[in-house]
Write a protein that binds this ligand. Structure first.
Ligand SMILES: [Cu+2]
Length: 193
C-alpha cells in the first residue's frame, strides 16, 4: 500500500492471516514488506470490517486509494450530536480517518487538525448545501454538518489536485429512509434484510 505505487489488491491485507496459506503470486508476497504491514492499523481494520467487499465490484473504488486513512465511527453525544476527529498527517495527502460512519442521520461535528506543511480545505456535504473549512498548515478547524438521509456522501480537499492525490473521504450514514420518503416502486432490499 505504498502511496506512490499501490499494489493491485491493497485491501487483501485484512485477510492476510488467512490468505498467507494461499499465497502464490508475487503481488501478495510483496504485501509482506514492513512498509505495508505497518499500515495494517486499527483504523484500516475497522474499514474492512465495515466494508468487507472492498476488493469487489462497486465497492472496489473504496479500496483503491483514499480509504488508506481508515475508518472511524462517530460518537453520539448526550446532546444527540455525532462527533469525530480527522487529522491530516504530514506529506501524505490523506484524511485520517477518511471514512466516517454515522449510526443514523443527524448532525455531525467534525474536528480537523492539519499537521501537514500545506494549506488544505475541507469541502463537506451538508443536506442541500456544502460547508467549507479552511485549514492553514498546522492549524485546526471545526464544522457541523447535517445529513438526514442514509447514504454515502463524499468530502474532499479542493486545493490544487489534492483530492486526486488522495484527499477524498466519505461520510457513511447508516439506517433506513423514512417510510414517507420511499418511492412507489418494486420492493427494494433494505439494510439488515
Ligand atoms: Cu489539500
Amino acid at each position: 500500500m505504498h502511496r506512490s505505487s499501490p499494489p493491485r489488491h491493497p485491501m487483501m491485507l485484512a485477510g492476510l492471516a488467512l490468505s498467507m496459506i494461499a499465497l502464490s503470486s508475487c503481488d501478495y508476497v510483496r504485501l509482506l514488506r514492513p512498509s505495508v504491514l505497518r499500515q495494517l492499523n486499527p483504523r484500516v481494520v475497522r474499514l474492512v470490517d465495515e466494508l468487507p467487499a472492498v476488493d469487489q465490484q462497486n465497492e472496489d473504488i473504496v479500496g483503491r486509494l483514499f480509504p488508506h486513512g481508515g475508518l472511524a465511527h462517530a460518537e453520539v453525544g448526550k446532546d444527540g450530536v455525532m462527533r469525530s476527529r480527522i487529522h491530516i498527517p504530514p506529506n501524505q495527502f490523506l484524511w485520517e480517518p477518511s471514512v466516517i460512519v454515522m449510526p443514523h442521520g443527524g448532525d455531525l461535528e467534525l474536528e480537523f487538525q492539519n499537521e501537514d506543511h500545506n494549506f488544505h480545505i475541507a469541502f463537506l456535504p451538508s443536506t442541500g448545501e456544502r460547508q467549507v473549512v479552511e485549514l492553514p498548515m498546522h492549524h485546526g478547524g471545526r464544522a457541523r454538518i447535517h445529513l438526514d438521509q442514509p447514504g454515502l456522501y463524499w468530502f474532499g480537499c479542493p486545493v490544487a489536485n489534492h483530492a486526486g492525490r488522495g484527499m477524498l473521504g466519505l461520510v457513511l450514514v447508516k439506517g433506513d429512509v423514512p417510510a414517507d420518503a420511499r418511492l412507489d416502486r418494486p420492493q427494494q432490499r433494505r439494510p439488515g434484510h
